[in-house]
Design a protein. Structure first.
Length: 319
């Protein structure tokens, strides 16, 4: 059975981005070679995480410590590529993948594909370390069928990458600067401000402006920290909170010009997923991040059809 690559929603095509290379069938570990091979023939937009190893190469890992995802222990940077391959992904008999292995598999792919490489390092990386990343991605960037976007929450690393290669497409996740207060884990930003958002900027210390003016100012400022941007990633809870207050942050980004807006992350196991996805699609999202793309379009189609039984038409289709 083929996997969906996009949703056609009310006449508009919205890409499904395969988060951590996951299909939603749970047949392969996230961020793995087997996961890539499972989705490669059908997906049009994929995303995987990379972290720096101690020998200066990159591996597909999300967390900074090995025990979170592998049978190893300690910092990811404590290992070389060779020592990493002796480990197994937790719960699976498969070693962690190296970026160069992923690139080699992708080189055999002959269809159009967007490849988002999500750089998880938050500490500033050196020019030398980032040049290695650019060199490892060079075979994909030289091939005409791929659009390679390097993304990060760490705008400082994106700016260094751009200094090294001004032609590199980059995407910025604003969550270290402006976000919804979701979850209990300690993270940046540390302050829930006067407007009810996670934001350490002084503009939010006191509720002086209308919320629409506050959000517009913060978003427009963040859109300039790396210029130009190809993509912006917004947490769905942030988008829903802003929409509930009468502000559409997707429209704010679109007004800035030419930037794709991705909203993350939708899981089919979430009972509110379909309703939240409808809200985000109506707000104008260009792309949605999901770890369950195999089943997401059908759940969305069922909800929209129930909401519009009189039309007799299918307002949602998977592509």
């Amino acid at each position: 059975m083929s996997l969906p690559s996009a949703i056609t929603y009310r006449g508009r095509t919205v890409l499904l981005k395969y988060h951590k290379l996951q299909s939603g069938y749970s047949r392969c570990p996230p961020n793995s070679l087997s996961a890539l091979r499972e989705i490669l023939q059908d997906a049009r937009a994929i995303e995987f995480d990379v972290r720096l190893l101690g020998d200066g190469t990159y591996a597909l890992l999300h967390e900074e410590r090995l025990e979170a995802e592998t049978t190893g222990m300690g910092p990811v940077r404590s290992l070389t590529a060779d020592s990493l391959k002796s480990l197994r992904l937790r719960g699976w008999d498969e070693p962690p993948a190296l970026l160069r292995e992923i690139v080699e598999v992708l080189r055999g792919h002959d269809s159009s594909l967007k490849v988002q490489v999500d750089l998880k390092e938050l500490l500033p990386l050196s020019r030398r370390e980032l040049m290695v990343l650019l060199r490892e991605l060079e075979p994909l960037r030289e091939a005409g069928q791929f659009t390679v976007v390097v993304s990060s929450m760490a705008d400082w690393n994106l700016r260094t990458l751009r200094r090294l290669d001004p032609t590199l497409p980059v995407g910025f996740d604003i969550a270290l600067h402006l976000d919804a207060p979701v979850g209990d884990a300690a993270r940046l930003p540390v302050r829930v401000n006067a407007y009810g958002y996670l934001d350490d900027h002084p503009l939010g210390f006191h509720r002086v402006l209308p919320v629409a003016d506050y959000l517009q100012d913060r978003l427009e400022t963040l859109l300039r920290v790396v210029d130009p941007l190809q993509e912006v990633y917004l947490r769905k809870e942030f988008v829903l909170q802003a929409l509930g207050e009468g502000v559409n942050p997707i429209e704010v980004v679109h007004r800035y010009g030419g930037i794709l807006v991705d909203v993350w992350t939708f899981h089919a196991t979430d009972p509110q997923m379909a309703r939240e996805l409808v809200t985000v699609l109506d707000a104008g999202a260009d792309q949605v991040t999901t770890g369950t793309p195999a089943t997401l379009p059908d759940l969305l189609r069922d909800l929209v059809t129930r909401q519009n039984p009189e039309t007799g038409e299918a307002p949602v289709a998977s592509v």
